[in-house]
Design a protein around this ligand. Sequence first.
Ligand code: TXA
Ligand code: MG
Length: 350
Amino acid sequence: MTRVFMINPEQPEPVVLRIAADALRRGELVAFPTETVYGLGANALDAEAVARIFQAKGRPANDPIIVHIYDLAQLYLIAQRPPAIALQLAQHFWPGALTFVLQRRPLIPANVSAGLETLAVRMPSGVIIRALLKAAQIPIAAPSANTFSRPSATTAAHVLEDLDGRIDFVLDGGAAEMGLESTVLDLTGDVPTVLRPGAITLEDLRAVIPNVAHKQSMVDSDEAASAPGMQIKHYSPRARLMLYQGEREIVLAKMLADARHLQIEGKRVGVLATAEDGETFVASAMVVQELGEAVDLEGIGARLFAALRALDAGAVDVILVRAPAREGLGEAIYDRLLRAAEGKIIRVEH
Ligand code: TXA
Ligand code: MG
């Protein structure tokens, strides 16, 4: 049975934190909000508890998990010789939505990292997760709190939609602020390399480490899925997602034409659109989910996963989306949409 506790996102109730922290220390699974998305946490020092995360999510054993820490002292316990650059970046971005891949120390069981010698670690800034880390006094392993390959959960209701009955506790602290997962940065090689674009942008990173590289997800290239957890199908709604790219006017016309064809075939069509683009589809009998104004990438990022889930709840067969420009947070939004589209992009030309 999954028990749900309301928790105050500004001043988390100590009694609720105590219950959740004790549960984690006993090896149970607790979902909680972070500043990025909801996480499904387990004691990172307990291999059996970590194994339960994989079970609950239906997550393949080759997909490594991020460990969340409270302070730098914990970093030294779990990571082997963090390089100077990690400490420099930590000064700028921690606590926050940046995850480092470092060398793992044996204190962290191998299944956390899917058997790899490396370890992904971040110091989150969310008030509830920080308070929980402090109360539990252990590092917490936590992937996003969704069923494997589904859109990440940004509310407690999303967590329950996927995991009710499969986990012990959910702390309901309202919607996660950012709505997009952390940026994953590999610091084990010669060049710091972004493995997953996220809430901290490439531009933010470049300001501190100008030589940062971005390993384009293999969905952009034809390269096979080499990196763990970088599977093409990810963040997916149940409906098929069609992602369009090209000049705005031409793309919108193509989307409208495709939608008409799909409707003639008897398909229920949904569209995920900015407020500006949404007007194009108003009279079309499509289910329109608006993401907010195009300039407000933070708002779009915060609403993205909830909007995908809402379209699924509306039982559409197909979802049409116009790709955002790949600047700032647009890179992470583009990445999530591309994976939701299973790597396929429809390029529209004149
Ligand atoms: O914002 C976030 O990062 C959220 C919150 C809960 O902290 N967590 C999250 O975890 O998104 P998850 O498991 O959904 O995504 C973790 C990503 C995966 O793409 C995984 O492959 C990568 O981090 N990762 C984890 N450990 C790794 C490692 N040792 N080497 C390379 N990539 C790793
Ligand atoms: Mg995830």
